[in-house]
Design a protein around this ligand. Structure first.
Ligand SMILES: *Cc1c(COP(=O)(O)O)cnc(C)c1O
Length: 429
């Protein structure tokens, strides 16, 4: 057996924390607590923690509203004005997803953006009318896709293709993807896949999937809900037509926060593509002329509909600031090590009782690990309730999957240690 890569026990975890160059970032977040005890939070894949600065930036916008009312829309010496408020997010979001500024926009929420992108990039013809998704797609993505098929008068039974994992595995079967393209590629209008699979935690090679599908003339979109802020991304180079994401998971922008959207540069001026339009996507300089003729802005901004909810955008600024401070390289380095530590502890502490569903290669996953138990807990509710009583917040998915996400911005090695210790006690009980 290889030499143990980490030192055991709470002392081992403390030593890792002491050597962590990003350890001070944790202080920039509000830590959830209960009856005076700070919880061990490994649930950032569901709702990221609140950056402390969020309160200040939201307060600033409330103050502006209170003081300036409608004048708040316009720039003054202290503020760029709400009219262009969303534009401050383009550069930091572009850096996170590996895109040019003009390719990204902060707007709406994930499923809304997915609908907008489907309206543009799913234009079925009698020859090419199918959509390919993964069998275990997140429910909302499936609902959106099926509803577009029906909207076009197509039957999902014949027009929706699915690829799944190889049997006995949780990793997407790339060979099946290849076979499906060979058999159906000419009939597939759109391929929609995740950046990181929400349940298994598998990270897909976006450029590879995108390249395979585009070789058959399919359009390609990615759902980055679990990828943005979690793994390095190179969306532009992947060649994908579009991507969508939410901002309340790894982007820590708060419940229901404004999400985002990527449209590849090659479509920046494709004004002939069908789209659902609104005045915020209209030529900025002429927006208030209220002309009848819609003239979309160049790039992703041209898909905006409404003036954005400033109060749901503001916290994103607080969070993106922390990403910039940390640096994506350093975050990823810590993330890989933190998750490897979680993996190692699960293996050494729980051994045969736990099966890790997430790929073992750090390059093929983000921070979260999905685990199953053998035998499965008799009552899942009891397991999660006991974990919760021990102060550990993780989440359970039916029938037998626990997701644990150590987030490098605010989680410590000690959190991972405490979570696995509690898990072991819970399983022993
Ligand atoms: C979290 C998540 C969603 C949520 O969609 P909203 O529109 O933000 O409610 C959708 N799809 C995936 C894959 C997700 O992980």
């Amino acid at each position: 057996m290889a030499r143990a890569p980490f030192s055991p026990g709470a002392a081992g975890a403390r030593a890792l924390d002491a050597a962590d160059e990003l350890r001070n970032l944790r202080r920039q977040f509000e830590l959830p607590h209960e009856r005076g005890r700070t919880l061990t939070y490994l649930c950032g894949h569901s709702l990221g923690l609140m950056p402390r600065a969020a309160r200040r930036v939201v307060d600033a916008e409330l103050d502006r509203w209170a003081t300036h009312a409608v004048d708040g829309h316009f720039p003054d010496e202290r503020h760029g004005g709400w009219l262009d408020y969303h534009t401050q997010f383009a550069a930091p979001l572009a850096a996170l997803v590996g895109a040019a500024r003009g390719e990204v926009v902060a707007m709406n929420t994930l499923t809304v953006n997915l609908h907008l992108m489907l309206a543009t990039f799913f234009a079925p013809s009698s020859k090419r009318y199918k959509i390919l998704i993964e069998r275990d797609a997140f429910s909302s993505d499936r609902y959106a896709v099926e509803s577009h098929l029906r909207w076009h008068g197509l039957d999902p039974k014949s027009a929706l293709l699915e690829i799944g994992p190889r049997s006995g595995s949780f990793e997407l079967d790339a060979d099946q993807f290849d076979r499906t393209l060979k058999a159906e590629g000419e009939r597939i209008a759109l391929v929609l896949l995740p950046g990181v699979q929400y349940l298994s935690g598998e990270r897909l090679d976006l450029a590879a999937y995108s390249g395979w599908a585009q070789a058959y003339g399919c359009r390609v979109g990615f759902d980055l809900a679990h990828a943005i802020g979690n793994v390095p991304l190179a969306l532009h180079d992947s060649g994908a037509d579009f991507a969508v994401w939410c901002s309340y998971k790894y982007l820590n922008a708060g419940p229901g926060a404004v999400g985002g959207c990527f449209v590849h540069e090659r479509h920046a001026e494709a004004h002939d593509l069908p789209r659902f339009a609104g005045w915020w996507g209209h030529d900025r300089a002429r927006r208030f002329l209220m002309e009848p003729q819609f003239a979309p802005l160049r790039g992703a901004e041209g898909w905006q509909l409404s003036n954005p909810p400033i109060l749901s955008l503001a916290p994103l600024a607080a969070s993106l600031e922390l990403f910039a401070t940390a640096g994506l390289k350093r975050l990823r380095r810590k993330s890989e090590r933190l998750t490897r530590y979680l993996e190692w502890l699960l293996m050494t502490e729980l051994g045969e009782r736990v099966r890790i569903l997430t790929p073992r290669d750090p390059a093929r996953r983000g921070c979260h690990l999905a685990v199953q138990f053998d035998p499965p807990p008799r009552k899942a509710q009891t397991l999660t309730a006991r974990l919760r009583a021990a102060g550990v917040v993780a989440d359970w998915r039916q029938p037998n999957v626990l997701r644990l996400a150590p987030v490098p911005l605010y989680n410590r090695y000690r959190d991972v240690y405490d979570a696995v210790t509690a898990l072991k006690r819970t399983l022993d009980a």
